[in-house]
Design a protein around this ligand. Sequence first.
Ligand code: DAK
Length: 258
Amino acid sequence: MAPSYQDLLLDVPAPHVRRVTLNRPAARNALRTQLLQELADALHQADADDDVRCVVLTGGPKVFAAGADIREMAEPQVAAELGEKRRACWQVVRDFSKPLVAAVHGYCLGGGNELAMLCDIIVAGEDAQFGQPEIRLGMIPGAGGTQRLTAAIGKARAMHIILTGETINARNALAAGLVSEVTADAGTRAVVVAAKIAAHSPLAVRQAKIAVRRAAEDALAGGLAFERQAFADLLMSDDRREGIAAFLEKRAPKFTGR
Ligand code: DAK
């Protein structure tokens, strides 16, 4: 089993299933760099461990994740420096070769929703809320949200969520195709799903994951490159600085378009 972490909990809830729990409840599991690095390390270890056949990723029973850590992003210089480290962590999640089942309760926002969408299956609790609120901070999604949300639920609904910053609830997420099921206890159900996957041939499971991801991801490369550049450009804007300051000062932002 992997070492213990500051921002994650690890356990084995069923044979061949590893559960990774994001564990910063006071900050709504905001994805600070430390957490992302620990997540990348935990997934590296799970990938290398033949005893692990499926991973459940959860934020526990109250919140999945409220997105990137806005405090870390407040200084553009720091944000830019940390950006590369964070990108490397996201890449590890994207490249993880075994099935990832997300169990989502509560808020699943911004980078949190992008993390859930990098999982192969999303099991939602009745109380789950999905959204990409970056626009309220003068930004856009930066970890694939513009592409993967659109691929999952279609242009009209993705535009609504990304341009308004509004969330959708679990039932609407199910109807739209963002999640595979809605249940009262997503944590328990995700482990049942993961255990079922873990009982199948690891060889067949691996090839099935690759094949489905090719259908889902191959078309996204151009859009992901555009998103990456647009996100980097917006990092330098006055509006982004204002959006983050307003969040931290708990007031409405005043955007100027610069
Ligand atoms: N970052 C840092 N702290 C956060 C946070 C966040 N995202 N979300 C919540 N917190 C903190 C709050 O500041 C508060 O701290 P204290 O005031 O207690 O010190 C504490 O968590 C509790 O928050 P609230 O008092 O607001 O709790 P509520 O239950 O009332 O509201 C909420 C929960 C999740 C609705 C609300 O906190 C909220 O709106 N949070 C912000 C959500 C958001 O805007 N998320 C998007 C962040 S931008 C990239 C990859 C990814 C990204 C970008 C680039 N690359 C690879 C380049 C991702 C960007 C984002 O996700």
